[in-house]
Design a protein. Sequence first.
Length: 482
Amino acid sequence: MSVRVRFAPSPTGFLHIGSLRTALYNYLFAKHHGGTCILRIEDTDRTRLVEGAIEEQISSLAWAGVVFDEGPHVGGNYGPYTQSERFDLYRTYGMQLVENGTAYYAFDTSDELDAMRQRQQAAGIAPKYDRSSMRNQYTLGEQETARLLAEGALHVIRLKVPLTADVRFHDQIRGDVVVNGREIDDQILLKSDGFPTYHLANVVDDHLMEITHVIRAEEWLPSTPKHVLLYEAFGWTAPTFAHVPLLLNPDRSKMSKRHGDVMVRDFAAKGYFPDALVNFVALCGWHPGGDNEKFSMEELIDAFSLERVNKAGAVFDYKKLEWMNSEYLRSRDPHQLATALLPTLTERGYTRIEPAFVADVIALLRERVTFLAEIAEFGDYLFGDTLCALSDETQAALTGNQGVVDALRAFHEGFSDATLTDEATFKAHAQASAEHASIKMGAMMKPLRLVLTHRDVGADLFRTLQLIGADRCSHRLASFLS
RNA sequence: GCACCGUUCGUCUAGGGGUUAGGACACCGCUCUUUCACAGCGGUAACACGGGUUCAAUUCCCGUACGGUGUACCA
């Protein structure tokens, strides 16, 4: 049987980085096995819908390179792929369970349920629907139930959980899990607004869409017994479950925006390469074995297996993500990067933005930054002629040192004669100037960099000067010396 | 509270009955570049605790502690 998996987000906001990883694992697993990866929108909670969320999530996923074979945006033979468009289906299936005795009507109001929970808490028992004392099909009797229904009373359908039997299932990542029936709540399947809850809709759709593997976040593990019971109630075979560990904050709680960016679009906006993010996030909770840490999507697909997914949650290390991004920045073709950077350079009003030149600058500066866009800021002295301000302090230190001034003057005067075309000639000229002023070359380097770039750190100085060009160097020296 | 899940350097992790417990990020140091950085080299640093089983346990079993998730007419 061919593998069919699904990623099933709720359109309640932007795509979370943790969701991206779950989607990615589904995608990798499907592609590794030559299977099908499906996107299904679970919008059964009408109160939490966020306008545009579906589109945003799909575009974030696409940005990251997670593409679906079936879904609301691409179609497929198992549609519709949006639960609100499958409304009637759930009622039909829910009623099927009422008829076969595995689900029942309940008429309790929210206030009554709150009161029940309060009583239970006061008595020190776990809060759980008390089938024997609340207003439902069993306590009310068939006639009263029929009367209420005929009258149109608000009601829900609840799962009739066997009171004592153990519910067991095998999780592909966690092994065997056993929960006693007495711990499982009589879950609401159909809400009083007629919409299904997650549990019903999810099970019905997974069955109808012939899902073979349910790969989802660990937070679903506690409700899986309910789902197993649901499959049994329908007489269906349950898919294989695999609960992946959570992504964590530094304090080990579920990853949230308190500690930094968590939305995929935030990472994109910050300048992360999609493949770097994907590479990094794939390795949070999964390890392919071996020491390699750099994986393209194809390599991830090739290496992925559920067996090597970890059990414990993983703290999201932003520092390592940055490192990963800088690795990608260094390995990418400078000409492609130049094309990508061009709009930013134009926006900043830079004048020296011929693609070949930009590529040269990128090749020079990328060693020392994390994001491509940083080069636009960091390379201002190469892309244009407006240098950042030099502090008075620095200025004074420079002009106050006679040896340095002499050396710089010598360096500048030499410009008319020197044929300054490459790193070697710039270097030779600098050496001669230092010697002429009787200072050490080491004492010459930093002032030279400061005067010509207005920055105290940078890439290789003479390569930098070569890229700035003799003319511009001369101008900048002249304006400093005057 | 109850249920479930988890626990190897600060972090991501490899490993697995007998290992100098490996790699990566971060951190520190050295070298190089007559500067800063980059790079190269090196270093600090971990099997939560207690019982078993065993010739031998970080590895298997049981407890404990700690942490996380769940406990909704949310997903």
